[in-house]
Design a protein around this ligand. Structure first.
Ligand code: DAH
Length: 364
């Protein structure tokens, strides 16, 4: 008899399955438990007549109680399945599906990646640096004179003492020179900060890409040819470039590089203020003082450097009149630039380990 009671107990555990069953499973459970021919509970009930009267009473009572519970649970589940089927009747199953939301890289990120990829083919490694720097790295080791206006707290964001948010990516030149012996060829994308107004052409937070090459025997020819080769890859093979003399404390000679206006192809338009040229970057041959400040022999080694603004380059390329759109996070603007390369990056992300990781220069 105790066998039958134990069997009833384990059947009772099956009650839990009922509220989770779908329609098909519910029918199966019904047959398995209550089926007229071979239902588990039916089998127990069939055994009752062979029992002693008081056993019959106890087992029969328990079996009938469980039967009622099972029936009640099954009825309730049937009703709720029916209810959700009716709820679905208002749904038009022929409606086309909603387009899946596809995220993408920000236009400026795409431009940064594209620029760095071209320089990678020219032998430059992509590295990053810290956004907080000391005055030594941000200014002095880069040969800024002590009274340079950029050192003024009004021009820069000081965090306390002589620590400030870097105003350019050039401090990574110093970290690199202090950490690695030449030959050095790096590109350094990253955020920079200045106390500038937030208007159509300025932002207090902006992106820069620093380029830096130091080696034995680097000449002005290497400098011009490298930047011109990049411009022809980035813009178009026919793009003309020109270098105009300029001044930066950390380069000598210094030059501003212009590319032919991408909007009017050089004939003159409002975007290039009728000059036919657009200023793209600041550059020059590494000043010997910078090398010496990092204990690199400036008699043996020479180099070139440049700094460019990817936001500005993206604006010139796409005719975007206002830098602020890059910070507004307006999807209607941003989604226009989810391009081919973009989806390539994403599938690569999923399929492999993703794009080559950036190596990070550790500040010694
Ligand atoms: N650091 C400069 C700036 O933010 C840009 C720059 C100019 C970087 C010339 C360079 C360079 O490496 O050679 O205005």
């Amino acid at each position: 008899m105790s066998d039958l009671l134990a069997a009833l107990d384990s059947l009772r555990e099956r009650l839990d399955e009922i509220p989770q069953a779908d329609e098909r499973r519910l029918q199966e459970l019904k047959t398995e438990l209550l089926g007229r021919k071979a239902g588990a509970l039916t089998e127990i009930l069939k055994a009752l007549p062979g029992l002693e009267p008081d056993e019959r009473k106890r087992v029969g009572g328990a079996a009938n109680a469980l039967k009622r519970e099972l029936e009640r649970a099954i009825d309730a589940r049937e009703a709720s399945l029916k209810q959700s089927a009716t709820n679905l009747s208002g749904v038009d199953l022929t409606l086309p599906g909603r387009r899946q939301w596809g995220g993408g890289l920000h236009l400026v990120t795409q431009v940064v990646d594209e620029i760095c990829d071209i320089f990678r083919e020219l032998g430059f490694t992509r590295v990053t640096g810290s956004e907080a720097e000391t005055e030594r790295y941000n200014f002095y080791a880069l040969n800024f004179p002590k009274d340079h206006p950029a050192l003024d707290a009004q021009d820069s964001f000081y965090l306390g003492g002589d620590v400030l948010l870097r105003t350019h990516t050039s401090p990574v030149q110093i970290h690199t020179l202090e950490t690695y012996p030449p030959p050095i060829r790096i590109v350094v994308p990253g955020r920079c900060y200045r106390r500038d107004p937030f208007d159509a052409s300025h932002s207090p937070v902006f992106e820069q890409i620093e380029g830096f090459a130091v080696d034995d025997g680097i000449s002005f020819v290497d400098f011009k040819a490298t930047l011109a080769a990049w411009a022809r890859r980035f813009f178009s093979p026919q793009t003309k470039v020109r270098f105009r003399p300029s001044y930066f404390p950390f380069t000598e000679p210094s030059a501003e590089m212009d590319v032919q206006c991408q909007i009017c192809a050089g004939s003159g338009c409002a975007a290039c203020k009728q000059t036919g040229w657009m200023e793209i970057l600041g550059s020059g041959m590494v000043h010997p003082a910078v090398l010496e400040n990092c204990k690199v022999d400036s008699e043996k080694y020479t180099g070139f450097a440049w700094g460019m603004g990817p936001e500005r380059i993206a604006m010139l390329r796409h005719g975007i009149p206002d830098i602020r759109v890059f910070f507004d996070s307006d999807v209607r603007f941003l989604e226009q630039f989810i391009g081919k390369e973009e989806s390539g990056v994403r599938s690569q992300d999923l399929e492999s380990d993703g794009p080559a990781p950036e190596s990070r220069l550790l500040t010694p």
